[in-house]
Design a protein around this ligand. Sequence first.
Ligand SMILES: *[C@@H]1O[C@H](CO)[C@@H](O)[C@H](O)[C@H]1NC(C)=O
Ligand SMILES: *[C@@H]1O[C@H](CO)[C@@H](O)[C@H](O)[C@H]1NC(C)=O
Ligand SMILES: *[C@@H]1O[C@H](CO)[C@@H](O)[C@H](O)[C@H]1NC(C)=O
Ligand SMILES: *[C@@H]1O[C@H](CO)[C@@H](O)[C@H](O)[C@H]1NC(C)=O
Length: 321
Amino acid sequence: MYFWLCFVVGAILFKGVSLAQAQPKQVDAFAGGDIILPCTFNIPANKDIPTVEWSKVVEGPKPVIVFLYRDGCEIFGMKDPDFEYRTNLILRQLQYGNYSLRISELKLSDSGTYQCLIIQKNGAKEQTQVELVVDSLSDPKFSVVSTDGGEVTVECKALCWKPAPFMTILDDEGKRLSDEQPKQEQDPRGCYNTKQNVTLLKPVNRLVCRVEQTGRNQSKVAEILLPGFWKESQSAAICLSAAGTAIGCLTSFTLYRLIKKRSSSEGRTQLQTATKSDQIKGSGSSDPFIQQSMADNKLNSMTEEKQTYNQNLKLLNKSSS
Ligand SMILES: *[C@@H]1O[C@H](CO)[C@@H](O)[C@H](O)[C@H]1NC(C)=O
Ligand SMILES: *[C@@H]1O[C@H](CO)[C@@H](O)[C@H](O)[C@H]1NC(C)=O
Ligand SMILES: *[C@@H]1O[C@H](CO)[C@@H](O)[C@H](O)[C@H]1NC(C)=O
Ligand SMILES: *[C@@H]1O[C@H](CO)[C@@H](O)[C@H](O)[C@H]1NC(C)=O
């Protein structure tokens, strides 16, 4: 009786263990960042350094060799060019039986299953698999896209996110402004570009665009400040209704035109935009391409934008006094 019970429990336990091994451990990372794929065996490499072969599991006859280490040296001949200069073992860890692989400058296409194979001098083999998931996110951008007839349309863009994110545009009080679904399209890099427009009929000081991946607990936020703009369009409206009755009004209307002209000639991201990321988890690295273009953008536009924004404010101050 007890024997049978033990046997059944033992069989269940055994099954549980083999299932756990069949499911490779998952490691999450972000494009542009680094990651360590774990692989540890109780085979210290202090005497005979075993052969370590890291490969990516792909369909087809041959695995993609990502890293090959034999007789204490890396063997380059069979290494897939896509991983050149991007993979390495942590040499000081080999003596503890830790054959983990570091992959740097991660790409979205690195996602997949990797195999760590250890071949000892006596021919004994050990292997394990790791599932790598590479995601991508970038800072969202907010801009004014049109200012027709006293209405202001703003657009929020979040480029190259994977998986596809949710986007919401909120006003000062945290109220959602659009019920429309954001436009989402696939990027050739294997990620998603998300865009959403909101047309404002009433003055709003500040808008927030929130982009989130709920599954991975990631979110980023962009802000746009609009007070200057609303002063402009209101003074214009007052002037139009009082058409030419007061000189002061005429002047301020001219100033409004001037500002508007300046705005349209200097591009759309005229008003001060602030991008703030409140990343909750993860390394925060994104596609280096995106990072670079973000950095360029910031350098080019932040100072200029601030200057014109301040100039506009000064003109408005003058015209209203
Ligand atoms: C293996 O080495 C890596 C890199 O130093 C380290 O992060 C990891 O914790 C090590 N694994 C074990 C099981 O010690
Ligand atoms: C937002 O509006 C601009 C200007 O009208 C347009 O070019 C853009 O495609 C719109 N974007 C979306 C997501 O509808
Ligand atoms: C998301 O992150 C926050 C802050 O770190 C944490 O409190 C929360 O439990 C996380 N939620 C999930 C589902 O991981
Ligand atoms: C405009 O006027 C307000 C108050 O009158 C002042 O706080 C602000 O600094 C002024 N802005 C500029 C750019 O002069």
